[in-house]
Write a protein that binds this ligand. Structure first.
Ligand code: M6R
Length: 624
């Protein structure tokens, strides 16, 4: 996830781009850069590694002058954060500058072809490919050159492109990565989100996949890749400029919850291309023989990442048939685990800096395990000490409560289990095809879940004043229950516990009373009947009940309802419902975080809590 901006008009482009980038810094802060076309046709660029403030200082020393420009703030995916990997990327003839957000899946192949044609690459990025491709196709029409280049690309992208030979023109295009065009008077803008340009205008075109925008100071032309004109209604941004940083959302957590269709897609990109093609996972640091000979997998992490690890453990054993276990990182070292040959330790961390996770990694490495890290932040301490790394590609997560990263960690670990199954032959080709098909549907299912937010807020309204909560599930969704409870307690401060529903009768059931609500996950699947039994047990003890169930389930709303009980007794009341679309049980932990995050979010909001910075917590915990 990166941020892109662009400007064409009469004012100084660099200042406007810089201002837009400040509002996009939440999308990445590994490096930043701006390219501007001067009045005498020179393409000048300035790029710096690190936060945007460093670029601001550099621009004060060396201002860039010109009324056409593009800017970028980077979240590294291909190539470490460095000067040469920073955007904008420049074509070999130094006439074209490109900013990119997304991942070009087939960049290796394209890069090799361009190198054979004599092109010299200056960076390790996938993005630079686009600058050279546009040069290759440019014959005086920048829009057409961009369209031809894009037709060669697979993957997800939003590009902004300027060319010294097409002064006064900015071309932008998208596929799967967000892009808006801001409409001004005598000037126009592009950006990854509306917040970046809200200060300049409240009128935008929201660009769709495979649409191209050609901007001049005077106007904006929208076309398809085939050049056919597109009519688009102007969207008027309904929120004020002050709300820009959070893109109109009240909290970063809310914004990040809503980014999940995009972050899920980014995580799948380059890994699951179609139901008929095998899953590809780069960077594992393991040969296929090593995967075949693997005898044990140990997952370890803290907090939310540990819950993702629990799902990883479940699926690795169930699908890839490798004995697996999961440990809290803070406990792993102290139990002095025995590490046999052919043991893989999978460490999971958003930040890559969590002290307990790093210590667990070091101890497992010392004992001879191979280390595979599942991380969000590139170039972290954990990345440097691991044998292999898979990045979840979720972009910066600012809210202290992890949301989109949990979903992407769970998705990545699911893909890992499926990839191991592919290599070890533990699933049939039909089963694998069906999983790949379902994985590709996840971004759309995430959208469906988010569209049900109002109904979830209604449920929160009924229960937000209670003091305790129990989250129950069975099988593959026990981690979902634990994560739901963690989210609830960390932002709303309601005391919440996540349990296997099977354990309930061994203690937690004593908590059931009107001030304690239960959230039961009872979607269609293997453990459904048993979950109904648990719901009935809680209803019989007058516990308020919220059930996460599959659309169309007619049994659950009244499960356990006693028509003879007093009307103010919870036994007499139908269950409050959180409906979710049908989904394969084994993939459901990837999606079920979303409604549970929304339930916690609205509960905390109704209780008036400081959602992005809950008390006593820090985003990155670098002490043991
Ligand atoms: O950066 P990490 O993923 O290693 O952080 C681990 C935990 O500190 C983190 O998941 C924490 O539990 C979250 N605040 C939960 O929302």
């Amino acid at each position: 996830m990166c941020g892109i901006v662009g400007y064409v008009g009469k004012r100084q482009a660099s200042g406007i781009c810089l201002d837009g980038l400040k509002r996009l810094e939440y999308r990445g802060y590994d490096s930043a850069g701006i390219s501007v076309l001067t009045e005498d046709g020179q393409l000048n660029s300035l790029k710096t590694v690190g936060k945007l403030s460093i670029l601001c200082e550099a621009l004060q020393q060396k201002p860039l002058s010109g009324a056409l420009g593009i800017g970028h703030t980077r979240w590294a995916t291909h190539g470490r954060p460095s000067q040469e990997n920073s955007h904008p990327h420049i074509s070999g003839n130094s006439r074209i500058a490109v900013v990119h957000n997304g991942i070009i899946e087939n960049y290796q192949e394209l890069r090799e072809g361009l190198i054979r044609d004599g092109v010299k690459f200056a960076s390790q990025t996938d993005s630079e490919t686009m600058a050279h491709l546009v040069q290759k196709h440019y014959d005086g029409d920048l829009r057409e050159a961009v369209c031809r280049a894009v037709r060669e690309l697979h993957g997800a992208f939003a590009f902004g492109v300027i060319c010294a030979d097409s002064p006064g023109q900015l071309v932008a295009v998208r596929r799967f990565s967000p892009l808006v065009v801001g409409i001004g008077e005598g000037e126009n803008f592009i950006a990854s989100d509306m917040g970046a340009i809200r200060k300049e205008t409240d009128k935008v075109y929201v660009i769709d996949d495979n649409e191209v925008a050609s901007l001049t100071a005077e106007g904006v032309e929208l076309t398809g890749l085939d050049g056919a004109a597109i009519e688009r209604e102007v969207f008027v941004i309904p929120w004020p400029a002050e709300a820009a940083e959070k893109g109109g959302h009240k909290h970063f957590m809310h914004k990040e919850i809503h980014e999940q269709p995009d972050t899920i897609r980014a995580c799948l990109t380059g890994r699951v291309a179609s139901p008929d093609r095998p899953i590809m996972l780069d960077g594992l640091g393991l040969s296929e023989d090593e995967i075949r000979n693997m005898r044990r997998v140990v997952f370890t992490a803290c907090g939310t990442a540990y819950h993702a690890g629990m799902t990883g453990r479940f699926l690795m054993e169930k699908l890839a048939r490798i004995p697996s276990e999961v440990d809290l990182a803070a406990e792993l070292r102290d139990r002095d685990p025995m590490v046999l040959d052919h043991t893989l330790c999978v460490v999971i961390s958003q930040s890559g800096e969590t002290a307990d996770t790093l210590a667990a990694l070091r101890s497992m490495k010392e004992k001879g395990a191979k280390i595979l890290a599942v991380l969000n932040v590139v170039d972290s301490s954990i990345a440097r000490e691991s044998d292999g790394v898979i990045y979840i590609q979720a972009g910066p997560e600012i809210g202290v409560a992890s949301t989109k990263c949990y979903t992407s960690q769970t998705l990545t670990l699911t893909m890992l289990a499926l990839y191991f199954s592919q290599v070890r032959g533990t699933l049939t080709e039909d089963e694998l095809r069906s999983y790949r098909q379902e994985l590709l549907r996840l971004p759309e299912s995430a959208k469906v879940l988010l569209a049900r937010e109002d109904a979830i807020r209604e449920v929160a309204l009924k229960h937000y004043e209670r003091t305790d909560a129990l989250y129950l599930a069975r099988g593959v969704n026990v981690p979902s229950a634990m994560e739901g409870a963690l989210k609830m307690k960390e932002i709303s401060y309601i005391h919440a516990e996540g349990y296997s529903a099977g354990e309930m009768k061994h203690g937690p059931i004593a908590l059931i009373e009107p001030k304690c609500f239960t959230v039961a996950i009872a979607i269609a699947g293997e453990v459904y009947e048993k979950m109904i039994g648990n719901i009935m047990e809680i209803k019989a003890r007058s516990g308020p009940m919220i059930v996460v169930a599959t659309d169309g389930d007619a049994r659950i709303p009244d499960a356990g309802v006693d028509p003879h009980a007093e009307s103010d007794d919870f036994s007499a009341q139908p269950n409050d419902m959180v409906w979710v679309p049908p989904m394969p049980e084994m993939l459901s932990p990837i999606l079920l975080g979303i409604p549970l995050q929304l339930l916690s979010y609205h509960t905390a909001d109704l209780r008036g809590k400081d959602i992005d910075q809950p008390r006593n917590l820090a985003k990155t915990v670098t002490v043991e």
